[in-house]
Design a protein around this ligand. Structure first.
Ligand SMILES: Cc1cc2nc3c(=O)[nH]c(=O)nc-3n(C[C@H](O)[C@H](O)[C@H](O)COP(=O)(O)OP(=O)(O)OC[C@H]3O[C@@H](n4cnc5c(N)ncnc54)[C@H](O)[C@@H]3O)c2cc1C
Length: 492
């Protein structure tokens, strides 16, 4: 193999580059990234970077010495727009083509948006540029902030905004935040964290429209029974934008936008760094039933066109229960979609990610996928740890020309909210029972706790709030396949 190209110059792409060199690849290494920045770390963006405790230099994932050692050609600020498997060529947006013997797909995911959400004051949070823009706006004095979606990114961003002294409301269509990830008992604990942090949490209500200066308007159609399929989204000439209704999330995840329009309708959600919860969703990306601005005929959706960016300023968020929350800043945290658009027509199998076997190998043996974009052995994770663990296996298989190794790690993620560190590892399923084995989840002043999820006498997952040491031990036991994990009191 003389040339290997990595598309996606971020976390998993960088780890793949490191592995290629560490595993003895001495050929030409090309790294293509559509962001202008060298690889940087995303987790701090919603946490210490937003509050000003971390600056941009601390986000860097590489240093000049390592960059030199990698001996890679970095093509930054340039998007890959296609893959021609016949000629084994990666096509770039500027018309160039990179012939390659091996390809690592590491293109991650993009923040899900709402149709027409181009008003000034509306933000998503996925990239350094997103975080810079939001941070800049948050420094202009006290603001009324509405966060749409109480998933991890929504909750962390809300927490950071509250720490900066802003008035914050979080909207969540599901009855509790993080329900699909943590189950009802522990989701209730997370709801309590918002309240303790001085943030208003409104659950069980969707967003009908985003309102802005100038003419507005919004419509969410009077949708009929069953799943909502249409989107409303009418915009006034001055660019005020509106709303959305979702499609049902087949995996049952619920959050975010436009909730209960019509009987039985639930908005699907995508949860950044959740696992397996992303399914049908409202928005302009179109898997699931909804694409773009208008629903299909008969769904009563009303279409409109979005005003250009900056043609109005957000003033509020209209809820499906009839209320309107005034807002100076709106942050949309309704999940992310895997960046697979550039692979359309490439013959690779795509379905909510790039489909791979357990070893990150796609249907073409010389193409592997890693990180948020990869659906490995049937599941796609948006976790920092998966993005750093998968490249070792993917690269070994790429260099071998077939699957010689598989990924077998226990899913893990962490989240920092309201001064608490939440850590979760394992595979929870609905119906698992939860047992608190250390601390007290209901203590009014917090203090932390450790909870085990159990099914048929076996531990399936572990959740900790501010209990890093016992958490690590249980996580290790889960990784070793120990079914019946010892509670801390039994440990030496
Ligand atoms: C704000 C935020 C906070 C987070 N916090 C946590 C946390 O606390 N804990 C945790 O476990 N996880 C967290 N995560 C998730 C974690 O950061 C991701 O799982 C990780 O970044 C995935 O890495 P990746 O390289 O696969 O994808 P990405 O980091 O998304 O990188 C993909 C790169 O590919 C580029 N790209 C896309 N398409 C193309 C193309 N066609 N051509 C060229 N380049 C392209 C993208 O612009 C991007 O630079 C957080 C994520 C965010 C956004």
């Amino acid at each position: 193999m003389r040339t290997v190209t990595i598309v996606g110059a971020s976390l998993s792409g960088l780890y793949a580059a490191r592995e290629l060199r560490a595993q003895g690849f001495e050929g030409r290494l090309v790294i293509v990234g559509d962001e202008a920045h060298r690889p940087y770390d995303r987790p701090p963006l919603s946490k210490d970077f937003l509050t000003g405790r971390t600056d941009e230099t601390q986000l860097a994932l590489t240093d000049p010495e390592e960059t030199a050692d990698l001996q890679a050609e970095w093509l930054l600020g340039i998007r890959a727009r296609g893959l021609d498997p016949r000629t084994r060529t990666v096509l770039l947006d500027d018309g160039r083509a990179v012939p390659t013997d091996g390809l690592v797909i590491a293109t991650g995911a993009s923040a899900r948006r709402l149709p027409g959400d181009h008003l000034t004051g509306i933000h998503t949070l996925r990239t350094l540029d997103d975080a810079r823009a939001l941070r800049e706006e948050l420094t202009r004095g006290p603001r009324r902030v509405v966060v749409i979606g109480a998933g991890f990114i929504g909750a962390e961003t809300a927490s950071s905004c509250a720490a900066l002294g802003h008035r914050v409301t979080v909207i969540e269509a599901a009855p509790l935040p993080l329900l699909p990830q943590l189950g009802p008992e522990m989701a209730a604990v997370c709801a309590e964290l918002h309240r303790r942090g001085g943030v208003e949490l409104i659950t069980g209500t969707g967003v009908a429209a985003l309102r802005g200066t100038g003419a507005v308007m919004a419509v969410t159609g009077a949708l009929g029974e069953g799943a909502v399929t249409g989107v409303a989204g009418a915009c006034g000439a001055a660019g005020a934008m509106t709303g959305v209704a979702g499609a049902c999330g087949a995996a049952g995840a619920v959050t975010g936008v436009a909730g209960a329009l019509g009987a039985g309708a639930v908005t699907g959600v995508a949860e950044p760094y959740g696992e397996g919860v992303v399914t049908g969703v409202a928005g302009s990306h179109g898997w699931g039933a909804v694409t773009g601005a208008a629903g299909p005929p008969g769904s009563s959706a009303v279409a409109g066109s979005a005003g250009p960016r900056g043609s109005g300023t957000v003033t509020g968020v209209a809820l499906t229960d009839g209320r309107t929350l005034p807002a100076d800043i709106v942050i949309i945290g309704i999940g992310a979609t895997p960046n697979t658009g550039w692979l359309t027509g490439s013959t690779l199998a795509l379905h909510d990610g790039v489909l791979c076997d357990d070893g990150c190998v796609t249907s073409l043996p010389q193409v592997v996928a890693v990180g948020d974009v990869a659906r490995v052995g049937g599941s796609r994770a948006e976790h920092w740890t998966s993005a750093t663990e998968q490249p070792r296996v993917a690269v070994a298989n790429l260099l071998a020309g077939r699957t010689v190794e598989t990924v077998c790690s226990v899913p893990y993620f962490w989240s920092d909210q309201y001064g608490a560190r939440i850590q979760f590892a394992g595979r929870r399923q609905d119906g698992d029972t939860v047992r608190i084995v250390e601390g007290d989840a209901t203590a009014p002043d917090g203090g932390g706790f450790l909870a085990l999820y159990e099914r048929e006498g076996c531990t399936t997952a572990v959740l900790a709030v501010d209990r890093p040491r016992p958490f690590l031990r249980v996580r290790r036991e889960l990784a070793r396949g120990v079914g019946n994990v010892r509670a801390p009191s039994q440990s030496s």
